[in-house]
Design a protein around this ligand. Structure first.
Ligand SMILES: CCCCCCCCC/C=C/C(=O)SCCNC(=O)CCNC(=O)[C@H](O)C(C)(C)COP(=O)(O)OP(=O)(O)OC[C@H]1O[C@@H](n2cnc3c(N)ncnc32)[C@H](O)[C@@H]1OP(=O)(O)O
Ligand SMILES: NC(=O)C1=CN([C@@H]2O[C@H](COP(=O)(O)OP(=O)(O)OC[C@H]3O[C@@H](n4cnc5c(N)ncnc54)[C@H](OP(=O)(O)O)[C@@H]3O)[C@@H](O)[C@H]2O)C=CC1
Length: 306
């Protein structure tokens, strides 16, 4: 593992609720007036920022996640901002819990207009060492859980003959994701599931899109070692991490009527990580150190490289 010296900057985690409550947005006040928006994983990070932005734009919010304390804390913030909000502790990994969630929400709010599938996560491990239980846990959360939520949404909209909109939070997976292969595979599954049902569900007036974040400063960074965090700000040509707000605005755009002719699309919000830079979730292995690669060059090329 590389030795990260003290002068490599490790990104500060997160913006505060206060920042989210006041940060200017290009989206018009009232954009989500009269709309009910369900945000999974709405108690923290990107989900929480999204809920606050949509609440400011007039949405009624439904937040789900496993930890009731996180949901309550987000709901208290939204209530202070004047938003109507309900919280539903559950796991998206249980199809029964997903069905019960939709029944509760329809009962409480009369229906759903926009579904934001943001809940997800993984742990960093070399692929060669991942155990079946760990692989299954990550795929079950990120792919299966998202599928249960999408299908429940579509069934709801078919039943009540209302238009629907789904925004799935995935990741910038396009060059593979060493040290988190399970999540890369699961997110690729969600992208192509989304492209597929964007076509199947168009006759139901349902749009389905994804947002692919690059490295975004959130509470989620707490799951990675310092060496990983240092690499996160070097994972794109802008040489910095993004904020939860960057992702919230993309979700709000795709969830709004401004994106009414967009379906089956994935919007990358990644500072250009598709093109250059690598996040290393456990730290950069020696083999990939830039000066190590230079050390292997023939002498005449080393001189040219200087
Ligand atoms: C190119 C540009 C790209 C750009 C893209 C860049 C992305 C940048 C950074 C991304 C950041 C984020 O996503 S931030 C969001 C992060 N948030 C999270 O990741 C949430 C934290 N993670 C989790 O909750 C867990 O990892 C997860 C498995 C998903 C939850 O499931 P469960 O609660 O069921 O899991 P557990 O019971 O904890 O564990 C189940 C099994 O998983 C395995 N397991 C779990 N944790 C483990 C660990 N740390 N190390 C090894 N193995 C582990 C073990 O086998 C466990 O079984 P036993 O052996 O029996 O215990
Ligand atoms: N931050 C980043 O750099 C990137 C993040 N992403 C993805 O964006 C999404 C949000 O992450 P972020 O805000 O950064 O990190 P967080 O860890 O703050 O968010 C993850 C959220 O998902 C919820 N969650 C996890 N598992 C389940 C489950 N089984 N059922 C219901 N809710 C669940 C968590 O709530 P609880 O613990 O209460 O269940 C939590 O609120 C995730 O899918 C993440 O992987 C993708 C690329 C980059």
């Amino acid at each position: 593992m590389s030795d990260i010296s003290g002068d490599v900057s490790v990104p500060e985690v997160g913006m505060s609720d206060e920042d989210f409550a006041h940060r200017p947005t290009v989206l018009r006040e009232g954009t989500f007036e009269g709309k009910v928006v369900l945000v999974s994983g709405g108690g923290s990070g990107i989900g929480r920022a999204t809920a606050i932005l949509l609440g400011r734009l007039g949405a009624r919010l439904v937040l789900c996640g496993r930890d009731p304390g996180k949901l309550e804390s987000a709901a208290a913030c939204l209530t202070r901002l004047g938003a109507d909000v309900s919280t539903h502790p559950m796991s998206i990994r249980s199809p029964d819990a997903v069905e019960a969630l939709f029944a509760e929400v329809v009962d409480r709010h009369g229906g759903i207009d926009v579904l934001v599938n943001n809940a997800g996560g993984q742990f960093a491990q070399a692929t060669i060492d991942i155990k079946p239980k760990g692989w299954n846990a990550v795929v079950d959360t990120n792919l299966n859980g998202t599928f249960y939520m999408m299908q429940a949404g579509a069934r709801h909209w078919r039943e009540v003959a209302r238009p629907g909109c789904i925004v799935n939070v995935v990741a910038a997976i396009w060059r593979g994701m060493p040290q988190v292969a399970h999540t890369c595979a699961a997110r690729a599954g969600v992208v192509f599931l989304s492209k597929t049902v964007a076509t199947e569900w168009a006759p139901l007036n349902i749009r389905v899109n994804c947002v692919a974040p690059g490295t975004i400063r959130t509470e989620g960074f707490g799951n990675y070692p310092r060496e990983a965090l240092a690499s996160f700000s070097q994972a794109n040509p802008m040489l910095r991490t993004g904020s939860a707000w960057d992702i919230a605005e993309a979700i709000a755009y795709l969830g709004s009527d401004a994106a009414g002719f967009i379906t089956g699309e994935t919007l990358n919000v990644d500072g250009g990580s598709q093109n250059w830079g690598d996040p290393w979730f456990l730290g950069r292995p020696e083999y990939f150190e830039l000066n190590y690669a230079e050390a292997r060059l023939p002498t005449h090329l080393k001189e040219q490289a200087r």
